[in-house]
Design a protein around this ligand. Structure first.
Ligand SMILES: Cc1ncc(COP(=O)(O)O)c(C=O)c1O
Length: 404
């Protein structure tokens, strides 16, 4: 191998790996060491000028007020807003009003991750025979950590599979998948819902509506959110599946820096279990320390209840940024193997194409820093600069080495 800038960075990445750093950490460290580096590994929305997408103005406004309200050093809670909050979350998710009484809502302190963890904890209590979560291959790595901390295993299924197993909590990402960007069609989600029957399911929704970002300008926000609900959630309601939806605020509203609560919807078609679920919701909330709410959580609740229209506008702005980046990738990768990653089967922030062994050093050589895992290169598509010539060069490098 010739000694180039890229091979030196690759050696540094290998050294960091031997020290126990994971692939995401390595991408950031090596990028930070390169003044000319472009960060394609970061897990946040980037604005086209290399900056993180700004924090939600709406949430900031409510958070400032909430900090002022915190002068009196008492525990504070939004319990009095619980009914309006549940309605706001269901309205945002475009769940029709007819179904609202089948749902309850919990707000675990620690964003979408807390919602996933809480759902797993509840499912293990309600269905003591569960021994594993089922996830798709190349899924969000934190699922394995959640399973380990719950002392159950994490079983992987091929992407797009209908998961099956008597002791399995099926975890389906209900929108674009982290890490691959793959989106399951309404047809595929209907097959999954029909096969679940009485078994519990967790729909993980970290990217609400992102799969239709590209249709935002032609169809409008309300319509794309409804389309997302129709494909990803409705089949499970109509099949009377007992399910959780863990909804993350982070990517949708731009709340990376503030980290308010997650939103965990519990769908219980069997009304005879409603009291049991309410009692369990109370226990799990107490046990996780989530009943004493952080000021930013109280601010987020206030924003959802009183300012949903503003939050939705901010969500639409983020979707527009994703759509703009996606459009440039699609245009510039046309005719290459990378183009497949920008068809309608893919969406959202991430893509994770296959790469050969030579790719890592060559991509570093161009000062581009995605996340390399064995045989794969994960990129955040919003890392693409808005400056068209530079964007064209970057896409060309990835297109040369990524095999779709
Ligand atoms: C699939 C998936 N689920 C859940 C989460 C958790 O989101 P949060 O950052 O809100 O904790 C993420 C975040 O990356 C994710 O990709």
């Amino acid at each position: 191998m010739n000694s180039t800038f890229g091979t030196a960075v690759r050696r540094e990445a290998e050294r960091l790996s031997a020290q126990g750093k994971d692939a995401n950490q390595i991408a950031k460290i090596v990028c930070d060491q390169d003044p000319e580096g472009y960060n394609y590994g970061i897990g946040i929305v980037v604005d086209g000028r290399g900056q993180a997408w700004p924090t939600s103005e709406t949430l900031l406004r409510h958070a400032r007020a909430e900090i002022d309200n915190s002068l009196l050093g008492e525990y504070m809670s939004t319990a009095s807003l619980a009914a309006s909050l549940k309605e706001a979350v269901l309205r945002w998710q475009r769940v029709p009003e007819d179904y609202w009484d089948r749902f309850s809502l919990l707000i675990p302190s620690d964003a979408g991750t807390g919602a996933v963890k809480t759902a797993v904890e509840m499912a293990l209590q309600l269905y003591p025979f569960l021994r594993a979560i089922g996830v798709e291959e190349l899924s969000w790595p934190a699922y394995k950590a959640v399973a380990r901390m719950s002392r159950i295993s994490c079983r992987e299924f091929p992407i797009g599979d209908v998961m099956d197993g008597p002791d399995l909590l099926r975890v389906y990402q209900a929108g674009p998948m982290n890490t691959t960007g793959r989106v399951q069609s309404g047809e595929s989600m209907r097959a999954r819902a029909a096969a679940a029957k009485g078994s519990p399911v967790l729909l993980d929704r970290a990217y609400s509506g992102f799969e239709y970002a590209r249709a935002l300008d032609s169809r409008g926000y309300d319509e794309i959110m409804t389309m997302s609900y129709d494909d990803q959630i409705r089949p499970f309601i109509e099949n009377d599946v007992p399910f959780w939806v863990s909804v993350s605020p982070t990517k949708s509203f731009g709340t990376f820096a503030l980290r308010p609560c997650g939103m965990l919807l519990v769908h219980c078609p069997d009304s005879s279990r409603a009291e049991e679920i309410a009692a369990l919701a109370n226990v799990v909330t107490r046990a996780r320390g989530s009943s004493f709410e952080h000021p930013v959580t109280r601010a987020f609740v206030s924003a959802l209840v009183h300012d949903l229209a503003h939050l939705e506008r901010e969500h639409a702005d983020i979707l527009r940024r994703v759509a703009t980046a996606e459009h440039t990738w699609k245009e510039r990768s046309a005719g290459t193997t990378l183009a497949e990653q920008f068809t309608d089967s893919y969406a959202g922030l991430f893509r994770n194409p296959r790469v050969g062994d030579e790719a890592q050093a060559a991509i570093y050589d161009a000062h581009l820093y995605p996340v390399f895992t064995p045989g794969r290169c994960r990129l955040n598509i919003t890392g693409l600069p808005e400056e068209q010539d530079i964007a064209g060069d970057h896409v060309a490098v990835f297109a040369r080495f990524c095999q779709g």
